[in-house]
Design a protein around this ligand. Structure first.
Ligand code: FES
Length: 139
């Protein structure tokens, strides 16, 4: 059996929403301390809706496929829904990731949360800090 699903290969070889947004309302950057991979997500937000999203991922194929799928899943969605997106949902949408690659999808979840937090901080919007744990303290 192939190690990676067709969807993973598709999003890895033809990733959606790659790039950056110069006028982003929120930017999130996270890294995986163990492998050194980095993911950056840019959000354009209007009336609490993510109207555009782009990403740059300097990382493995699973991280690139995860960021591509995650951006597709949150585009056009309200922030409240984007905040609910888990790495498991991203992996499921990709028809699964090998167990030892699940941590790569965590980067996508964290990068989105970090970008939304940045948006809240920039606009002095109150939020529940407990919902935005510092990823580096979770290890
Ligand atoms: Fe680093 Fe996949 S091995 S994110």
């Amino acid at each position: 059996m192939a190690l990676y699903s067709e969807k993973v290969m598709d999003h890895f070889t033809n990733p959606r929403n790659v790039g950056k947004l110069d006028d982003a309302d929120g930017i999130g950057e996270v890294g995986n301390a163990k492998c050194g991979d980095i993911m950056k997500i840019y959000l354009k937000i209007e009336n609490d809706i993510i109207v555009d999203v782009k990403f740059n991922t300097f990382g493995c194929g699973s991280a690139i496929a995860s960021s591509s799928m995650a951006t597709e899943l949150i585009k056009g969605k309200p922030l409240s829904e984007a905040l609910e997106l888990t790495n498991k949902a991203v992996a499921e949408a990709l028809d699964g990731l090998p167990a030892h690659k699940m941590h790569c999808s965590v980067l996508a979840e964290e990068a989105i949360r970090s970008a939304i937090k940045d948006y809240y901080d920039r606009n002095n919007i109150a939020y529940d800090k407990a919902k935005f744990p510092d990823p580096h303290e979770e290890e």
